[in-house]
Design a protein around this ligand. Structure first.
Ligand SMILES: O=C(O)CCC(=O)C(=O)O
Ligand SMILES: [Fe+2]
Length: 170
């Protein structure tokens, strides 16, 4: 896929296709305590040299953007599937954070405030791959089914911005 905004290839891997994929989805949902049924299938990303994704949000103001998934994207989980020789970090310019891809690593962040409104702080980008290539995979969780797991709080200021990275997810 090539545009002003991004340059990479992407595809979907469905839970129904493979037992291991299904198990991985379940584990991520368990770690985050989020509903698996309203989550999207794994999206696999492949960046070559110079591949990038300009800064963007994973949430969308338009409810129709995610038909069939039930609400906005409440959280993003990303697996890093290989060691990138140079470049390829996921960066969060509003909070000054960078996550460097590492085989077997993962990161997640919340996309919405606790009251369900989009959180501007999670603007992020994939920096260009300078050497080698980069494979990664997203899992997006949605609002539906998570009303009691991540309950809404009326005061969005109660929230804290949460970005975690894991060196190795077994
Ligand atoms: O590849 C990355 O580091 C980030 C990808 C991303 O932000 C996306 O696919 O929405
Ligand atoms: Fe993103």
């Amino acid at each position: 896929m090539q545009s002003h905004w991004l340059q990479y290839f992407r595809g979907w891997v469905f839970d129904e296709e493979n037992k291991v994929i299904r198990e991985m989805s379940k584990r991520v949902a368990t770690i985050l305590n989020l509903d698996i049924d309203s989550a999207e299938p794994f999206q696999v990303l492949s960046y070559g040299i110079g591949g990038f994704y300009l800064q963007h949000y994973d949430w969308d103001d338009d409810e129709d953007s995610f038909p069939g998934f039930g609400g906005n994207r409440i959280a993003t989980w990303i697996f890093y599937l290989n060691d990138v020789k140079e470049g390829g970090a996921t960066v969060f310019p509003h909070v000054g954070a960078a996550v460097w891809p590492e085989k077997g690593g993962a990161a997640f962040w919340r996309n919405l405030h606790y009251n369900g409104t989009p959180n501007d702080l999670n603007l992020h980008a994939a920096c260009p791959v300078l050497k080698g290539y980069k494979w990664a995979s997203n899992k997006w969780f949605h609002q539906h089914g998570n009303e009691f797991k991540w309950p809404c709080k009326l005061d969005s200021k109660l929230e804290f911005y949460m970005t975690e990275s894991f060196n190795s997810v077994e």
